[in-house]
Design a protein around this ligand. Structure first.
Ligand code: GRF
Length: 196
C-alpha cells in the first residue's frame, strides 16, 4: 500500500524537492506534508508549488522546552497521518521520547560517511582529517544522534583544493540521488542497503 510521507525541513529543502519529485507513478510512497520549524524556510514555497500540504511549527516560542515543541509537532503530524517521516535538512535535535515513538519509521540524511563525523561541520572535519573521500548517509533515526542503522551511502572523492563549500556542493548532488532511492526501498519494505 502506498505509504504517506511527512518531510521535515529547516531551510531550502533541496532534498525535500527531490523526494517529492520522485514520488510519482509506481513509487510506493506519496508526500502528505512538508513541515518546517522555521516560517522563513525556503522549502515551504517549493512544497506549496508542488501542491504538497505545508505546516510550520516554529521552535523559537518554545525556547528550551523541547517537549512542548515536540508535542505541537506531534499534533500537526497526527493531522496528516504519515506512515514515514523523512528528516531533510531538519536542524533540530529530537528527544529520545519523540524518536522512540517514530523508531523504525523515521529516516534522516546526513552529509558524511557515517559513522564518521556525526553532528555538524562534517565536510570541514573530513578535509581537516585529510580523508580521500567524503559523502552522505541515509539512516534510520534512533535516540543516538546520527547513529541509527545505515540504509544507504554515496561517496565522492575529495579533490585537491577542495573547500568545505566545494565538497558540500558535490556531496549534495549525491544526497539528491541517494535519498529517493533509499526511501523507495524503505517504503516498499525492502531494508536492503544502497551504496552509490
Ligand atoms: C544538506 O547538506 C543535508 O545533508 C543536511 O542539510 C543540508 C541542506 O539540506 N541535513 P536541504 O537543501 O535543506 O535539503
Amino acid at each position: 500500500m502506498t505509504k504517506r510521507v511527512a518531510i521535515l525541513i529547516s531551510g531550502g529543502g533541496s532534498n525535500m524537492v527531490r523526494l517529492v519529485d520522485s514520488m510519482t507513478g509506481d513509487y510506493p510512497a506519496r508526500p502528505c506534508l512538508v513541515l518546517a520549524n522555521d516560517p522563513g524556510a525556503g522549502g515551504l514555497e517549493k512544497a506549496a508549488a508542488r501542491d504538497v500540504p505545508t505546516a510550520v511549527v516554529d521552535h523559537r516560542p518554545f525556547g528550551a522546552d523541547r517537549a512542548g515543541f515536540e508535542a505541537e509537532l506531534t499534533r500537526v503530524l497526527a493531522a496528516h497521518a504519515p506512515d514515514i517521516i523523512c528528516l531533510a535538512g531538519f536542524m533540530r535535535v529530537l528527544t529520545p521520547d519523540f524518536v522512540t515513538r517514530w523508531q523504525g519509521r523515521m529516516l534522516n540524511i546526513h552529509p558524511s560517511l557515517l559513522p564518521k563525523y556525526p553532528g555538524l561541520h562534517t565536510h570541514a572535519r573530513a578535509l581537516e582529517a585529510g580523508d580521500a573521500e567524503a559523502g552522505c548517509s541515509v539512516h534510520e533515526v534512533t535516540a543516538e544522534l546520527d547513529g541509527g542503522p545505515i540504509l544507504g551511502q554515496a561517496r565522492v572523492q575529495v579533490l585537491p583544493g577542495d573547500t568545505a563549500d566545494s565538497l558540500a556542493a558535490r556531496v549534495l548532488v549525491q544526497e539528491h540521488r541517494l535519498y529517493p532511492l533509499v526511501l523507495r526501498r524503505f517504503a516498499a519494505g525492502d531494508g536492503g542497503r544502497i551504496d552509490l
